[in-house]
Design a protein around this ligand. Structure first.
Ligand SMILES: NC(=O)C1=CN([C@@H]2O[C@H](COP(=O)(O)OP(=O)(O)OC[C@H]3O[C@@H](n4cnc5c(N)ncnc54)[C@H](O)[C@@H]3O)[C@@H](O)[C@H]2O)C=CC1
Ligand SMILES: O=C(O)[C@@H]1CCC=N1
Length: 276
């Protein structure tokens, strides 16, 4: 069992996805301390995973070598300032998963000279199929980078980026991305039902088709466009459906959607990152 003492600050959706994935990968729940001012959230995580519930954020960090900040961007300033003294005394590696909040703002709030990895995971981490891009600040050592990578790799694919500003694009693509695919599954299910399939049948066919397509895209040597062409028989059914999607502007819609998410990530940085 892996026993590096970890703290999760915030016990919400993303913390649960990461903790669930880590435990499934063999992490000892007793080495994970979690804090959250909402007693229901904290109790739910303890019940689900058998992690330790800390009485507050500071005591969670006091016992840990690695701290994952899993709170909303809106509260990151207050949480980081509250933890600054403990972080300066113990020098844990700090990992932030917050959308938008830049490493230099976070480092300043934590008291300066602090090893920091900023990353953008996604909720499929819960089933160890996450995708995470990571960025390390200059204070993070190679060993600390390797530790951060090992945590996120336990819950899926990891890759490093050198240019922190690209995390806004990563957030738009893979951070928010599971929601786009869930929407497509919902839409396919509803369309199947409107053609007469019962809801269970429509759901199963939509979900398994999404899974099969993703698995093929991951495992095949062909790119997505080639795989799409192989489904599309000339004069057949797929051709008709794809023509409707292309004429409806699906590509433009996704382009606009990702731009909107990227811009919101930039706004979050401005809105919540300028505090001293
Ligand atoms: N949900 C997602 O798919 C993803 C979220 N993120 C990022 O993860 C972070 C958390 O997002 P979610 O888990 O979705 O939010 P959430 O709202 O589910 O969880 C946030 C948790 O923080 C707790 N909290 C609030 N104030 C606190 C404080 N002062 N100290 C400690 N805990 C406090 C809340 O009670 C809540 O349980 C955000 O910064 C978000 O940008 C990143 C990748 C994907
Ligand atoms: O919607 C959000 O702001 C967060 C960041 C990426 C996914 N969820």
């Amino acid at each position: 069992m892996k026993k590096t003492p970890l703290a999760f600050i915030g016990a919400g959706n993303m913390a649960r996805s990461l903790i669930g994935g880590l435990i499934a990968d063999g992490w000892d729940p007793a080495s994970i301390s979690v804090s959250d001012p909402d007693p229901d959230q904290l109790a739910a995580v303890g019940r689900l995973f058998g992690t330790r519930s800390a009485k507050d954020n500071t005591s969670a960090v006091e016992q840990s070598e690695l701290v994952v900040l899993a709170v909303k961007p809106q509260v990151m300033h207050d949480v980081a300032c509250e933890l600054a003294a403990t972080v300066q005394a113990r020098h844990p590696l700090v990992i932030s998963i917050a959308a938008g909040i830049c490493s230099n703002d976070l480092e300043r709030w934590l008291g300066g000279n602090c090893a920091l990895v900023r990353c953008m995971p996604n909720t499929p981490a819960l089933v160890q199929s996450g995708a995470t891009a990571l960025f390390a600040n200059s204070a993070a050592s190679d060993d600390q980078k390797a530790l951060a990578e090992s945590i996120l790799r336990a819950v899926g694919l990891t890759l490093w980026i050198e240019d922190e500003s690209l995390l806004d694009a990563v957030t738009a693509l893979s951070g928010s991305g599971p929601a786009y695919f869930f929407l497509v599954i919902e839409a396919l299910q509803e369309a199947g039902q409107s053609l007469g399939l019962d809801d269970k049948t429509a759901r199963l066919l939509a979900v398994q088709t999404a899974f099969g397509a993703a698995k093929m895209a991951l495992e095949s040597r062909d790119d997505a466009a080639t795989l799409r062409q192989k489904v599309t028989s000339p004069g057949g059914t797929t051709e008709k459906a794809l023509a409707v999607l292309e004429e409806g502007g699906l590509r433009t819609l996704f382009n606009d959607a990702l731009k909107a998410a990227r811009d919101r990530s930039r706004e979050l940085a401005k809105q919540f990152g300028e505090k001293s």
